[in-house]
Structure formats: C-alpha cells, structure tokens
Design a binder for this molecule. Sequence first.
Ligand code: CDM
Ligand code: ATP
Length: 288
Amino acid sequence: MYVYEKAPAKINLSLDVLYKRDDGFHEVEMVMTTIDLADRITLEALEEDQIIIESESRFVPNDERNLAYRAAKLVKDTYQVEAGVRIFIEKNIPVAAGLAGGSSDAAAVLRGVNRLWKLALNIDELASLGSEIGSDVSFCVYGGTALAKGRGEQIVNLPAPPACWVVLAKPAIGVSTATVYKKYQGEKGEHPNTSSMIEALEIGDFKQLCDNVGNVLESVTLELHPKVRQIKHQMAQAGADAVLMSGSGPTVFSLAHQETRAQRIFNSLKGFCDEVYLVRMLGYRSNT
Ligand SMILES: C[C@](O)(CO)[C@H](O)COP(=O)(O)OP(=O)(O)OC[C@H]1O[C@@H](n2ccc(N)nc2=O)[C@H](O)[C@@H]1O
Ligand SMILES: Nc1ncnc2c1ncn2[C@@H]1O[C@H](COP(=O)(O)OP(=O)(O)OP(=O)(O)O)[C@@H](O)[C@H]1O
C-alpha cells in the first residue's frame, strides 16, 4: 500500500522574539503561511519492522538524522506499531533555507503514517507529536496560515492572506537556526506589530499586511551574510510590495499583488542568485 503527502514550505510574514526562556529556547510570536513550493512524500507499507529513507537529493541525510525518519520512529514508539515504512522524499524545497523543509517533511510523515497504519489520530494529536520533533513541525502539520506562540508549537489558525505572488531567492549559504537565535540581542532593533498583522489578515487588507511584515532575526543574518542584504535591496528596486527574510534565513521573499510585477522581480533575481522561485501562497488548512 502507498500513501502520498504534499509537504509545503512556509514563510514567516512576521517573527517576533519576546524573551529568552530558562530552557534555552526563545518565546516567539510568528505569523506563518504555507506556499506552493512543496516536497512530495511517498510512504510505502513494509511488513518488516524498519524505517527506510530514500531521496535523490544529496543534501538530506537518509538515516535517523532525517526529520522524516524521526517522525515515523516517534509514531512507531508511541503507538507500538510493529510494521515498517519506506519513505521517499522528492526534495523541491531548498535545504537549511528558513522555509521549514525538514519540518514539513516530518509533518507530512506524521499525517502519512497515521493513514498508512490506520491509527485514527486527530490533527491536534499529530501536531502535539510534531512539537517533540521541532518547533516548526506543529504548524506544518496543520498548514495554512497561523499565529505560532510558545517556542513555535502553540498554533492559532488565521484567515488566509489576500491572493498575491511570492518570489523567493535563496543564496548559496547555509544558515544554522541555533546560531542565529544565539546571536540575537533582544534589546536592539524594531519589533513587528503582530496584532496589526493579524488584523490585516482578518480584514484581508494587502497593504496593511505589507506594512507589517517584520522579522527580528533578520538583522542577525544580514550581519553574518551581506548577500542577504543585496537580495533585499534588489527585490525592493524591482518593485516588490514587501520584502522580508523568512525564519532564520537566508531565503528572502517578496510579495507582489500583480503577476507582472512578480515576474519582473523574478527576472531581476535570476542570474544574481542560484535558486529563485515564483509561487503563490497556499492558504489552506488540512482537516484530517
Ligand atoms: C526560525 C524558525 O524556523 C521560524 O519559523 C523557527 O523558530 C525555528 O524552528 P525549528 O528549525 O523547527 O527549530 P528547532 O529545531 O526546534 O530548534 C533549533 C534551535 O533553534 C533555537 N530555537 C528554536 C526555536 C525557538 N523558539 N527558540 C530557539 O532558541 C534553539 O537553539 C534550537 O536548538
Ligand atoms: N527531510 C529533511 N529535509 C531537509 N533537511 C533535513 C531533513 N531532515 C533533516 N534535515 C537536516 O535539517 C537541517 C535543516 O534543514 P531544513 O531545510 O529543515 O531547514 P530550515 O528550512 O532552515 O528549517 P526551519 O525554517 O524550520 O528552521 C539540514 O541541515 C538538514 O541536514
């Protein structure tokens, strides 16, 4: 038996850090949304009690370091599942990019093995398991648009953003999320207005949304990687309605209401940056 799952990337429309917690994590408030750039996950039931990871991408590990492996193992251990699974990952999301590629693969595996092994767990139970794998996994289990709080695992559903185009540019730099959080100095810089971002989504106001994009981790990554600043500048010059780094970076995205303008931004980044994508927001919420 085979089960197929789509694992979409996310972008952070806003990312605020409130304070550093005693457990070493940072208390955050983030508005995230899924975009139409996705890995494809195929799960095949195995009678033997093993988890096999396969991918043609040379950037992802094929052992227990893979978040997809950890997701399957967590479900097996928690629910004493004696069957196995072969997981094939068609990797389309750039790795270590700030787009939650690994987290989304893990979330897709949670949804997928739930169906494959007929466990009948509800979506909240899957999201709760996801939080044990990583801070972004709970959001990825639901998909759509949401406010994430706590260390990122407390999810409140939000309306989908107004229709627009998203151009993504990922420079050939790998960024460590842990390093960026460690270097973040809370007292410096401006904080995004999360309430105003939420209001923009509730009333469907694209301009208000664009005026309120913000990411407190951006200044840390800009300092470490000047190329990220150049990409931001280039996107703004090409007429983006909003430009922001996603997550801990280094991917920068721009939003554009008009397709022609999005195409212009895309063309201006091609040649300047290895990986450039022109996609739409997804804005769905899954209902397992
Ligand atoms: C930057 C974001 O991607 C924005 O969506 C997330 O906040 C990070 O999510 P993630 O990659 O799933 O993060 P995890 O794998 O849970 O944590 C990686 C590392 O980032 C740091 N970390 C992560 C989340 C958080 N709220 N505070 C932190 O300080 C911790 O040092 C942690 O060891
Ligand atoms: N299935 C997977 N896909 C991609 N990377 C994976 C996967 N499993 C483990 N990893 C490892 O996780 C690290 C981070 O990869 P990922 O693409 O998830 O980062 P990210 O987009 O920055 O995530 P986030 O936005 O959640 O911080 C990489 O170094 C990679 O080796």
